[in-house]
Design a protein around this ligand. Sequence first.
Ligand code: TYM
Length: 334
Amino acid sequence: MEQQRKTILSGMQPSGELSIGHIAGALRNWVTLQHDFDSLFCVVDQHAITVQQEPAKLRKWTLDLVAMYQAAGVDPSKSVVFVQSHVPEHVQLAWILTCLTGMGECSRMTQFKDKSERHSDNINVGLFTYPILMAADILIYNADLVPVGEDQKQHLELARNLAERFNHRYSPTFTVPEPYIPKVGGRIMSLQEPTKKMSKSDPNMKASIFLTDSDDDIRNKIRRAVTDSGSDIRYDEQVRPGISNLMSLYHIATDKTFADIEAEFAGSTGYAPFKEAVGEAVAAYVRPIRERFLELRADEDSLRAIAKAGAEQARHRAWKVLRKVYKKTGFIEL
Ligand code: TYM
């Protein structure tokens, strides 16, 4: 039975605090999908160092994510939770894929272009080849589905191309993965500039709701969220990106549809009552995650044990695939 289940893999960078965007775009789907899929969730510490990191913070954030995945509902007895650098087969496969990737394919990546603008003093080769390592993360487990936010779509396209290229050049080896992007919440926007993605690297703390924010922080941030001119509550991403973003958050926190939300606030004057309701709902949604996180985070030994057990399972699977790939590539066995 276990053999017939399809596989999902996803990951997050330990490069800062997680925001409600991470939950909306990815984590929430991981939690649901883990019941029906053979699931692997990775903390991608090797991706994180494509931007300069302080070692102590990187260590802290890595364990934070092992705790946060569980706080959000990932169950390590159902899913394999592990840290990327513990499974060296990812970078081993990445090298082979690097030799199949054109320079042009990497330079077209919008995330590379954005990040090299933001970190113009550190445009390293790792930032450039980042999506190839991501392809290796996915292909080494023959993942069928990759639950991510919208910003990862282009990276997924490269993973698909590389799988097809390898299969064509050698022989069928890799599953061609599909992205799994939620219809609502695939791109949660900044509360301060609703035409920009909510991002953990945004220096403006008011722009993001972090999963460790207190109830009051959350209410205040939503109260002060930049909204559009007008006063009715109607979903329209183009004309009303601010209100539409808050509607998406409200949907995520309460499961109410956009039609329900529009009906709930029809005829209310101004945005204030709506913002109060969103603030309250999002605070109530984040509260149990934060509380569970703090509990789990206090027991570092358990987090390390989970990561260790996860790495053992992941390595076992990754090596089986890498061995085949090495053989097909023409590397002789040791
Ligand atoms: P990262 O660490 O930037 O983000 C982790 C996940 O959260 C989603 N996300 C969002 N979704 C909606 N709205 C937002 N504002 C928002 N911010 C973040 C991201 O889309 C992502 O799904 N390259 C990846 C990490 C990675 C990976 C992988 C993912 C490495 N290897 C293999 C899947 C499979 C990244 O930087 O995600």
